[in-house]
Write a protein that binds this ligand. Structure first.
Ligand code: NAD
Length: 359
């Protein structure tokens, strides 16, 4: 089997699908790895390090398995050969996904987003590994945009109160945001519609905000709220948000627009100089005043909605993603090093979005 590592072409995508350390473990098993020249450059990994790890610098698009980070562009799909396999974020739930184009090109696609969230597949869970990066970075961004300190300071010039940080939506990113805010000396509070999250919130030293809405859905995800629940939630949050210096939002419902948790009135109610970091910009945003991809100031509150935060920490984000990708690869490669995905395995069956017709 040959594995191709491509140089990402989408603007701002600084991650690479395999880092040299992981490449070395594959080449050590006799797998040939073809790395596109410059594939690691924006993650500060020169070609030489791939060569040292036993890879070749060459055309990755001709490989049996092409590994990527960002969903492929049309130009990239055109470079894939019929019968090849592609592993990466394929955004299968996005309206503009390229699943049909991959199928038409005869490419077998595995979407890392569709890997089931089961214990055995945790090592392959790229949504989680990258959400950890985003959750961490969201707090760093909030601290940097804030006009106030995060930690409590007792100085000769006076005492500063710690920042209060509210995290709305406590999945993987939210939990990491709470833990990071705590480490920076802030006072974090978490809120979610899945009551089971309360214990996780407390375990990182944060407080739990209970608004009495239970919307636990399937597979550990939330369901969309009903119209009346949504109104109730928005109103209760409007009141709660007033007392926070920083609000970080990460709420998502699979395949749906981001729930609107922070209304314009809630922003207006915040103290001037407060900060909202909205991680749900890609699906429209959790805050009514969010402009996806932009930082705006409304009612003297700074609202940031960065897109693709993991790409802003390409070194560690790539390192974690590589581990996810190689674990998925291992599952498809048999003891002789041949590509032989066993579709009776639910991890492969569910993550495969286009599949060759079985003979
Ligand atoms: P996600 O990114 O889909 O959503 C983020 C959070 O937003 C979720 O906690 C969700 O409950 C919350 N949310 C949705 N609508 C909301 C609303 N109206 N108000 C407030 N909050 C709202 O979540 P995720 O990080 O992908 O995690 C999803 C689930 O998967 C979690 O249960 C997590 O523990 C689980 N998980 C399991 C594994 C595993 O076992 N392998 C790995 C990772 C995550």
């Amino acid at each position: 089997t040959t594995v191709g590592v491509v140089r990402e072409s989408v603007e701002g995508e600084r991650r690479v699908a395999l880092v040299p350390k992981v490449v070395a473990s594959l080449t050590g098993r006799g797998i040939r790895v073809l790395v596109e020249s410059g594939a690691g450059l924006s993650a500060l990994i020169p070609d030489e390090l791939y060569l040292e790890a036993g890879a070749e610098i060459g055309d990755p698009w001709s490989a049996d398995v092409v590994v990527k980070v960002a969903p492929p562009t049309d130009a990239e799909i055109a470079k894939l050969s019929e019968g090849s396999t592609l592993i990466g974020f394929l955004a299968p739930r996005n309206a503009d996904n390229k699943i049909d184009a991959l199928a038409a090109a005869g490419v077998q696609g595995f979407a890392v987003e569709a890997i089931p969230r089961i214990s055995r597949a945790q090592v392959m869970d790229a949504l989680s590994s990258q959400a950890n990066v985003a959750g961490y970075k969201s707090v760093i961004l909030a601290a940097s945009e804030s006009t106030r300190f995060f930690p409590m300071l007792t100085t000769a010039a006076g005492t500063v109160k710690p920042a209060t940080v509210l995290v709305l939506g406590v999945g993987v990113a939210g939990l990491q945001a709470l833990a990071t805010a705590k480490r920076l000396g802030g006072r974090p509070t978490g809120y979610d519609v899945r009551p089971e999250v309360a214990d996780q919130v407390r375990s990182v030293g944060a407080q739990w905000l209970d608004l009495g809405i239970d919307a636990a859905g399937e597979g550990g995800y939330a369901r969309e709220l009903t119209e009346s629940e949504r109104a109730q939630q928005q109103q209760a949050l409007e009141e709660a948000i007033k007392s926070f210096d920083v609000v970080i939002t990460t709420a998502l419902v699979p395949g749906r627009p981001a729930p609107r948790l922070v209304t314009a009135a809630a922003v207006e109610g915040m103290k001037p100089g407060s900060v909202v970091v909205d991680l749900a910009g890609e699906t429209g945003g959790n805050c009514e005043l969010t402009e996806p991809g932009q930082t705006v100031v409304k009612h003297d509150v700074t609202i940031c909605s960065p897109l693709n935060l993991p790409a802003t920490m390409p070194e560690h984000a790539s390192e974690l993603y590589s581990k996810n990708v190689s674990a998925l690869l291992e599952l498809m490669i048999d003891e002789n090093g041949s590509l032989a995905p066993d579709f009776s395995d639910e991890v492969l069956a569910q993550s495969c979005v286009t599949r060759k017709a079985e003979a």
